[in-house]
Design a protein around this ligand. Structure first.
Ligand code: ATP
Ligand code: MG
Length: 311
């Protein structure tokens, strides 16, 4: 899928590969010459190692040509956000440092999350010497439920906070999130029972907000080593059948057959849940392969990036 948006939101259940997909998308865009910012929040950073660099921290750092990354925290984002959005230090101090408004701000549900989201949005609008600072911001969002509550904050602010700079910007953020020309939500999942159910739930919640997901990426799909009816599959059938036949197979061969059977089962499970996902989801589904590397690095991330853009 072509991902030439200002803001790409990578969402999904914990552990399914959001950070890997975010890095793959960002790496691909950067390789195409787009100035790309990879944005993560309070993360145990993977981006640095993926691009052979030290772990990414709160300052924007270069990872590759056209590719930068930042790992923001609520505290740093809130201070930055206050200054960026309110533009003048005096206004910032009035709103953020004032004792009464500090207490008031703390009472706003999800202000920390809003600061983190606001920072992502700010970078989409950031300019350098009159030109946009970034072509794309790729946001590696927190896991499922947390990402929805984070995305919902601008709605909460518009509904609960008296008119002022906060509500003005919350409206702008809302408009951007709901504009498919500027924002693409990419949903990452696995072809397994719980992740499929969570992906469907997440798709519904995002759509209800007006953020319609553009792509559902099913990560870590097992390869088809044993196509039904192929000679290799018939050979495996015969081997598996003789495992139960005591003494028919030497122990190492029995072990090998058991492993091969596991791989075939895993693929079958993936196929079953891919079919279920395709039947239930409204979003376009594409697959990403399980990569068998000790640890993923630049080459694997680039491969996944190619798969995502050609899907
Ligand atoms: N297609 C793949 N093939 C093999 N390994 C993968 C693949 N995608 C991700 N991984 C590995 O799976 C692990 C989890 O991936 P990742 O950190 O991207 O998930 P996440 O959704 O960001 O997790 P978290 O919720 O902890 O932030 C990592 O070790 C990553 O390298
Ligand atoms: Mg992650």
């Amino acid at each position: 899928m072509k991902l030439d948006r200002k803001l790409i939101l990578v969402v999904g259940k914990g552990g399914v590969g959001r950070s890997t997909v975010a890095a793959a998308i960002a790496g691909n865009l950067a390789a195409q010459g787009k100035k790309t910012l990879l944005y993560e929040t309070s993360a145990n950073d993977r981006f640095g190692p993926y691009f052979d660099k030290p772990a990414v921290g709160e300052a924007i750092t270069a990872l590759a040509p056209n590719l930068w990354a930042v790992n923001s925290t609520p505290a740093s984002a809130l201070a930055e956000y206050g200054l960026m959005i309110l533009r003048w230090k005096s206004v910032y101090e009035m709103v953020f440092e004032n004792r009464v408004s500090k207490a008031f701000l703390r009472a706003i549900p999800g202000l920390d999350d809003y600061a983190l989201l606001g920072k992502a949005w700010y970078h989409t609008t950031e300019e350098k010497r009159g030109a946009p600072a970034w072509d794309t911001v790729v946001f590696d969002m927190p896991a499922s439920g947390h990402s929805v509550s984070m995305l919902r904050v601008p709605w909460v602010i518009v509904d609960t906070v008296p008119e002022g700079p906060l509500t003005r910007d919350a409206r702008t953020v809302k408009a951007m999130l709901c504009d498919p020309a500027r924002t693409a939500a990419v949903l990452v999942t696995l072809a397994e029972e719980m992740p499929v159910n969570e992906a469907i739930e997440l798709e519904a919640k995002l759509t209800a907000l007006g953020i319609v997901p553009q792509q559902l990426l099913v990560n870590q799909v097992f390869p088809q080593h044993f196509p039904p009816g192929a000679p290799v599959s018939r050979a495996l059938d015969a081997l598996v059948a003789s495992i139960t036949d005591a003494g028919a197979l030497s122990p190492p061969l029995a072990q090998l057959a058991a492993h091969a059977q596991l791989s075939r089962d895993r693929r079958a499970l993936n196929e079953r849940y891919l079919a279920e996902l395709r039947a239930r989801a409204k979003t376009r589904v594409a697959e990403l392969p399980m990569l068998f590397a000790q640890t993923l690095g630049k080459a694997e991330v680039a491969l996944l990036g190619d798969r995502i853009t050609s899907a």
